[in-house]
Ligand binder design. Structure first.
Ligand SMILES: [Zn+2]
Length: 211
C-alpha cells in the first residue's frame, strides 16, 4: 500500500527540485556562502564513507533554521550560517545533523508523509498508512538519532565532539531573539533534552574513542 502510494507521489529527486525551486524563488541563494559551507559537508561525507552526493545551499532571508530535503540538499538560513561565523566546528555539527537526516532517509519519509497527508482529503483510504508513517517520522527519536550521528560524524571527520552542545548552549543562552528560538523549537525536541542526550553520547565517545 505504501509503496504504491510512493510511486504515485513520484521520485525524490523531482519532489526535491520542486520544493527547492519554490524556496529559491522566495529566498535567493547566496552562492559564496554555499561554497564556504560545502567543504565542511564534503569532509564529513568523506570521513564517514557517505557516497551520496549532498549539497549545501545557503538561502537569504529565510527564517533561522537548517533543513534536509528528501534527496540530496541541505538548506541553511543565512542567519544560521552567520550565527556560526568563526565557529567552524559548530557549523560542522549543524551540517552533520542534517546529513544524518538525509543519510538515514528521515527527510525522504518526511516529504512522503507530507505529500500523503496532502492526499488525505482526496482519499480517506490512505488515512491508516499516513497515520502510521507520520507517527514514525514525527517521532522525536529521529531528532535524537540525528544528534547522535552528528557527534559521531564530527568525531570521525576531526571536528570537535563538544561543538554540538556548545551550539545548543548558545541557542539556549539568549543570543538570539525569543521568537527565533520558539519557531525552531516547534520542529525539534526541547534544547535541555537534546543537550542531556548529547552529553551522554559525548561521554560514550570519550570512553571508547574508536567507536
Ligand atoms: Zn533535525
Amino acid at each position: 500500500m505504501l509503496s504504491l502510494l510512493w510511486n504515485l507521489i513520484g521520485d525524490d529527486s523531482a519532489a526535491e527540485s520542486k520544493a527547492l525551486a519554490g524556496m529559491l524563488k522566495e529566498h535567493p541563494e547566496l552562492p559564496d556562502w554555499s561554497g564556504a559551507v560545502q567543504p565542511l559537508l564534503d569532509r564529513l561525507r568523506h570521513y564517514n564513507g557517505i557516497q551520496r552526493q549532498v549539497v549545501c545551499r545557503v538561502l537569504s532571508g529565510m527564517p533561522f533554521n537548517a533543513l534536509a530535503l528528501s534527496h540530496k540538499t541541505i538548506v541553511l538560513a543565512e542567519s544560521l550560517v552567520d550565527f556560526c561565523r568563526g565557529q567552524t566546528h559548530q557549523m560542522a555539527f549543524v551540517v552533520a545533523h542534517e546529513l544524518s537526516h538525509i543519510h538515514r532517509g528521515h527527510a525522504r519519509e518526511q516529504s512522503r508523509a507530507t505529500a500523503m497527508a496532502g492526499m488525505l482529503a482526496a482519499n480517506p483510504l490512505f488515512a491508516i498508512g499516513v497515520k502510521t508513517l507520520l507517527n514514525r517520522v514525527c517521532s522525536r527519536e529521529n531528532e535524537f538519532e540525528a544528534d547522535r550521528d552528528a557527534i559521531a560524524f564530527c568525531h570521525r571527520a576531526g571536528y570537535s565532539v563538544q561543538a554540538g552542545a556548545e551550539f545548543l548552549e548558545r541557542l539556549r543562552s539568549g543570543e538570539l531573539p525569543n521568537g527565533v528560538i520558539q519557531q525552531l523549537m516547534s520542529t525539534h525536541p526541547p534544547l535541555s533534552e537534546r543537550l542531556a542526550e548529547m552529553r551522554g553520547g559525548t561521554e560514550r565517545l570519550r570512553a571508547n574513542p574508536t567507536e
